[in-house]
Design a protein around this ligand. Structure first.
Ligand SMILES: [Zn+2]
Ligand SMILES: [Zn+2]
Length: 347
C-alpha cells in the first residue's frame, strides 16, 4: 500500500527532485532510495518522514512517474539484479542474502558506446571495444565462459590491433573508427586512467581477485549492444538465465557444453524448487552444480584440468625460451578456433 501513491496523479516538484537525485548518480538501490525519498517527502509534506517509512511501492511509484516524464527523451530507468556468485557448494549452507535490485537511467535508443563517445576520444572508445571483445569473445569460449579479464590482460589491450577489434563494430563505431583512420594505441598510463574512470563511473567492476567485468549498470546499458555484437545465427556468446530471462555473465551452466542451460546463483534455488528437480531447464539432464560461467570458470575450474593446462603452458614456455612473450597463461584459449566462423561477412 503506497502511502503516497494517491498524491501522484500529477508530476510535481517531488517527482522532479527524485529524478534529479537519480540523475546525480549512476545507479540506485531501494536502500539508497529510502533516505532520498524520505528527504523529498519531508519537504513536500512539511513533516519529518523517516527512511524506514519508505516502501518499495513508493519507489516504484516514483520510478513509474519518472519513466513517463523521461520517455520522450529516449531515457528509461531500468533495473537488474546483481549476479551474486556463491563460492560455496555446501548444500547445508544458509541461503545467500538476496541481491538488491539496481536501478539505472538508461538511454533507450543509442548504445552505451555511442554515449561514451561524448566523453571519450575515438581511440579510448576503441580500447573499451577491445576490452569488450576480450570479455565476450576471446575469453568467452565453449571451453571457458569467463567473460572477465585480468588487469594485465586489459592493459595489454592498450595496443591498437591487440585482440582485434574491428571486425564486429556497430555501425556508429565503425564510422567513428574510419573517420579518423585506424584507432591508435593508448599508452599504458592512458589505459590505466581509462580503466580507473570506467570503474568510477560504474561501467566496470573489479573483483577481489582483480578481474574486470561489466557492472550491473554496464550490463543494463549494453545488453542490446552485446547481443547485436556477439550473437549471430547459431552463435550465442551472450546467454540468458533460464529462470529470470536476464543476461547472465556470472552463474552456473549445464554439464553439456553445447546446451544453452544457464542459471544465476541467486535464481537457482527457487527455480529448482518450482521445477521440483535439479535438472537443466533446457536439456533436462542432471544439473552438475559445479560448472561455472563468469570468473569462477577460471578460478574454480576442475583442478585436474587446471594442472594440465598449467603444465602445457610451462612446456610451451620452456620450448619457446624465456625471452618469448608468453600470453595469458591462466586462460584457456585453445578453442579460439571457434571464433573463426564468426568472422565471415566483414563487408
Ligand atoms: Zn536469473
Ligand atoms: Zn542442459
Amino acid at each position: 500500500m503506497p502511502r503516497y501513491a494517491e498524491d501522484h496523479e500529477r508530476y510535481d516538484d517531488s517527482n522532479r527532485a527524485f529524478l534529479q537525485a537519480f540523475m546525480a548518480r549512476s545507479t540506485m538501490t531501494f536502500s539508497e532510495a529510502k533516505p532520498v525519498l524520505a528527504a523529498i517527502f519531508s519537504v513536500r509534506d512539511e513533516e519529518q518522514v523517516s527512511p524506514e517509512d519508505i516502501t518499495e511501492d513508493d519507489l516504484q511509484t516514483y520510478i513509474a512517474a519518472a519513466n513517463s516524464a523521461i520517455s520522450p527523451f529516449d531515457l528509461e530507468i531500468r533495473s537488474i539484479l546483481p549476479q551474486i556468485e556463491i563460492n560455496n557448494n555446501d548444500p547445508n549452507a544458509p541461503p545467500p542474502p538476496a541481491p538488491e535490485r539496481v536501478y539505472a537511467l538508461v538511454n533507450t535508443t543509442s548504445d552505451a558506446l555511442t554515449q561514451l563517445a561524448t566523453t571519450y576520444s575515438a581511440d579510448e572508445i576503441a580500447f573499451v571495444k577491445r576490452i569488450l571483445d576480450a570479455m565476450f569473445d576471446t575469453y568467452n569460449t565453449r571451453r571457458q565462459e569467463a567473460m572477465v579479464i585480468s588487469s594485465m590482460q586489459a592493459l595489454q589491450l592498450a595496443k591498437a590491433g591487440a585482440g582485434d577489434a574491428n571486425r564486429r563494430e556497430s555501425g556508429t563505431q565503425q564510422q567513428q573508427a574510419t573517420q579518423g583512420g585506424a584507432a591508435q594505441s593508448l599508452t599504458m598510463t592512458q589505459a590505466e586512467t581509462m580503466l580507473k574512470q570506467l570503474l568510477e563511473q560504474g561501467w566496470f567492476e573489479k573483483s577481489r581477485k582483480g578481474y574486470y567485468r561489466l557492472s550491473p549498470r554496464g550490463l543494463m546499458e549494453l545488453r542490446g549492444w552485446l547481443v547485436a555484437a556477439y550473437n549471430d545465427e547459431g552463435i550465442r556468446k551472450i546467454k540468458f538465465c533460464a529462470a529470470c530471462r536476464d543476461i547472465i555473465t556470472a552463474g552456473q551452466r549445464c554439464g553439456d557444453r553445447d546446451c544453452t542451460g544457464r542459471l544465476h546463483d541467486h535464481c537457482m534455488r527457487n527455480f529448482f524448487r518450482m521445477q521440483k528437480s535439479e535438472s537443466c531447464p533446457v536439456c533436462k539432464s542432471a544439473w552438475p552444480g559445479d560448472r561455472f560461467v563468469g570468473e569462477r570458470a577460471i578460478t574454480m575450474s576442475d583442478p585436474a584440468a587446471q594442472r594440465a593446462r598449467r603444465s602445457a603452458a610451462n612446456a610451451q614456455q620452456a620450448e619457446a625460451g624465456p625471452s618469448t612473450q608468453f600470453t595469458l597463461p591462466e586462460m584457456d584459449v585453445e578453442d579460439e578456433v571457434d571464433g573463426g566462423e564468426e568472422e565471415a561477412g566483414s563487408d
